[in-house]
Design a protein around this ligand. Structure first.
Ligand SMILES: NC(=O)C1=CN([C@@H]2O[C@H](COP(=O)(O)OP(=O)(O)OC[C@H]3O[C@@H](n4cnc5c(N)ncnc54)[C@H](O)[C@@H]3O)[C@@H](O)[C@H]2O)C=CC1
Ligand SMILES: O=C(O)CCC(=O)C(=O)O
Length: 340
């Protein structure tokens, strides 16, 4: 879709998988309300879930009707991948099994990878070739890798996975420490996997205090905190929410999906970057083809990796660790899909 088409009022088709689940329950309203694609853009919602929860999904559809959202022109609830992916412009892959307390996200690999093999094959067959894809279901990077692998006719740059929740968490931790609004913090980076090996990096981050832009490192002046507590709080935030709620993050995940897609649709702000899992082109020495979270800028729908950021040995070590985990996950996932 050209950026002109993007902003026309012809309805766009947006599929949400896992539409009867808890993230979708927060997400659907924001999309239908125009918070992502704008207040002029009408939408046809395709809602995919599995057969046993079609009753629940019908309840969600009733609630969508009851919200009386002018931008929502039609709602298509389904358990068929063909119906779900037919001619879609944007595909939000939320549906997957979530982890429980005590599990790592990669423990979900064997169950969830099968879903992404099947849905990748269907996406390839039925979606528009310029469909914009966001994978949320965990393990998000590796599920995205498998989805792209089984959808070879869709351009590689159209596949992304969600690390914006981690990015938002990092901003919020820094804002709280500095007692500023999170909108004052710019250019944090999440490198790598949406897992406890991710590297939340603040070496390029700035904070605006009384109109003055300062490096976050200089404003905080606590190398120990930035390298230890801050990093581990962001890495383990998903698990902390599960321990408290006995359910995984949903409201904050839905908000992060909206941030991710809105920035892809409209572009990032001048001199400001965000974190996205994308298919690596080899930048920063990362294995080509891995789905890796990078700092990116977006213009006219094109995502580009922010280049030439300096790394010290500690940062290189952090990036190496998360890359290693992603290579292992990728190999395990390929084995699991090939052995079916
Ligand atoms: N990348 C990220 O930052 C985040 C990822 N997540 C992940 O998002 C996923 C969804 O989370 P929740 O909505 O809380 O889970 P949930 O369990 O409430 O909902 C998941 C939905 O997916 C459906 N589903 C299962 N298999 C499916 C299939 N083959 N096709 C279509 N739908 C299918 C289920 O029936 C259920 O309705 C989980 O994997 C979770 O770990 C959650 C938060 C943040
Ligand atoms: O942590 C999980 O496994 C589920 C939710 C999630 O990915 C997160 O909150 O970051």
């Amino acid at each position: 879709m050209s950026s002109k088409d993007c902003h026309s009022n012809k309805p766009i088709r947006v599929v949400i998988t896992g539409a009867a689940g808890q993230i979708a329950y927060s997400l659907i309203h924001q999309i239908g309300n125009g918070d992502v694609f704008g207040k002029e853009q009408s939408i046809i919602l395709h809602l995919l879930d599995i057969t046993p929860v079609m009753g629940v999904l019908n309840g969600v559809v009733m609630e969508i009707q009851d919200m009386s959202l002018p931008l929502v022109k039609d709602v298509i609830p389904t358990d068929s991948e063909e119906v779900a992916f037919k001619d879609v412009d944007v595909a939000l892959f939320v549906g997957a099994m979530p982890r429980k307390e005590g599990m790592e996200r990669k423990d979900l690999l064997s169950a969830n990878v099968k879903i992404f093999k099947s849905q990748g094959t269907a996406l390839d067959k039925f979606a528009k070739k310029n469909v914009k894809v966001v994978v949320v279901g965990n393990p998000a990077n590796t599920n995205c890798y498998i989805l792209a692998h089984y959808a070879p006719s869709i351009p590689r740059e159209n596949f992304t996975c969600l690390t914006r929740l981690d990015h938002n968490r990092a901003k919020a931790q820094l804002a709280s420490r500095l007692k500023v609004s999170s909108s004052a913090i710019k250019n944090v980076i999440i490198w790598g996997n949406h897992s406890s090996t991710q590297f939340p990096d603040v070496r390029s981050a700035t904070v605006s205090i009384n109109g003055q832009e300062t490096a976050v490192y200089d404003a905080i002046r606590d190398d120990q905190w930035l390298k230890n507590d801050f990093v581990s709080t962001v890495q383990k935030r998903g698990a902390a929410v599960i321990a408290a709620r006995k359910l995984s993050s949903a409201m904050s995940a839905a908000k992060a999906i909206c941030d991710h897609v809105r920035d892809w649709w409209y572009g990032t702000r001048e001199n400001e970057w965000v974190s996205m899992g994308i298919i690596s082109d080899g930048s920063y020495g990362i294995e080509k083809g891995l789905v890796f979270s990078y700092p990116v800028e977006i213009k006219n729908g094109q995502i580009s990796i922010v280049q030439d950021l300096q790394m010290d040995d500690w940062a290189k070590g952090m990036i190496e660790k998360t890359q290693k985990e992603l290579v292992e996950e990728k190999n395990d996932a390929l084995k699991a899909t090939n052995s079916e």
